[in-house]
Design a protein around this ligand. Structure first.
Ligand SMILES: [Zn+2]
Ligand SMILES: [Zn+2]
Length: 210
C-alpha cells in the first residue's frame, strides 16, 4: 500500500489469518494484547501456544455473542475445552458442536477461524515485528518440540515412501502398514527412559526425585 502512512490506525490490518480474524470478530485491541502478553509487558507472560488458545477463546466468545447467547462466567473456556481438548471424547465434541449449531453459532466456520500457535508466532514476528529478547523457558521448549516434531514427521514420511517404493517393486512384502517414529532419551544415571516429547513436558529425569 503506497499511502499506508496516511491511513487511520484501525484500517491497517495485516494480510494474515490473524488480521482477517481480528477484523471479522472486531477484536480491536488484539495486536496490542498479543504483543504485551508475549513479551511479558502485561502482568503475565504467555507462550504462543497459550496465546493461540487465548485468541481462539475470544473468537468463540465473539461468535457466541453474535448469536445472542448469554455467556456465563467460565463458559467460553469450558466450551473451548470441549471442542478442542484431546481428553474430551469425540461423542462429547460432536454433541457440543450440535448444540452450538442449534443455538445459531456457525461452529464449523468459527473453528476454521481458530489459529495455531505457529500462526500466532508468525503474526507477532512478521506482521507486528515483535521479538523476544529473552525467550521464556516455555517458548524455548515449544520451539524445540516443534523442530524435533518436524524432524520426526520427515523421517516418517521418508520411511513410508521408501517402504512403498520397495513394495511397489516387489522387493518388500508387507500388507497395509503404518510408520511411527519415536525418539527415546535415557538417563544413564537413573536409567529412566523418556520419549523426547515426555522429557520436554516433564523437564527432568528421576535423578533428583529420590
Ligand atoms: Zn498478521
Ligand atoms: Zn536421571
Amino acid at each position: 500500500m503506497a499511502n499506508q502512512d496516511h491511513e487511520p490506525e484501525s484500517d491497517r490490518s495485516c494480510g494474515c489469518k490473524i488480521g482477517r480474524v481480528a477484523d471479522r470478530y472486531e477484536l480491536s485491541t488484539l495486536d496490542d494484547d498479543l504483543a504485551a502478553y508475549w513479551t511479558g509487558e502485561a502482568a503475565e507472560q504467555y507462550s504462543t501456544r497459550e496465546l493461540a488458545a487465548y485468541l481462539n477463546q475470544r473468537i468463540l466468545e465473539a461468535a457466541l455473542e453474535e448469536a445472542a447467547i448469554t455467556v456465563k462466567e467460565g463458559e467460553v473456556e469450558n466450551t473451548y475445552r470441549l471442542l478442542t481438548d484431546d481428553d474430551v471424547s469425540s461423542g462429547t465434541q460432536v454433541q457440543t458442536r450440535t448444540e452450538l449449531e442449534r443455538d445459531g453459532v456457525p461452529i464449523e466456520e468459527v473453528e476454521s477461524d481458530f489459529v495455531s500457535h505457529q500462526t500466532v508466532y508468525n503474526h507477532l514476528t512478521d506482521c507486528l515485528d515483535v521479538s523476544l529478547e529473552t525467550p521464556s523457558d516455555e517458548e524455548r521448549l515449544e520451539r524445540s518440540a516443534e523442530k524435533l516434531g518436524a524432524l520426526q514427521n520427515r523421517t516418517a514420511a521418508v520411511t513410508a515412501d521408501t517402504v512403498a517404493q520397495l513394495k511397489r517393486n516387489g522387493i518388500l512384502d508387507i500388507g497395509e502398514y503404518n510408520v511411527t517414529v519415536s525418539i527415546t532419551v535415557t538417563c544413564e544415571e537413573c536409567f529412566q527412559e523418556y520419549t523426547i516429547r515426555d522429557l520436554l513436558d516433564e523437564r527432568a529425569c528421576d535423578c533428583n526425585s529420590h
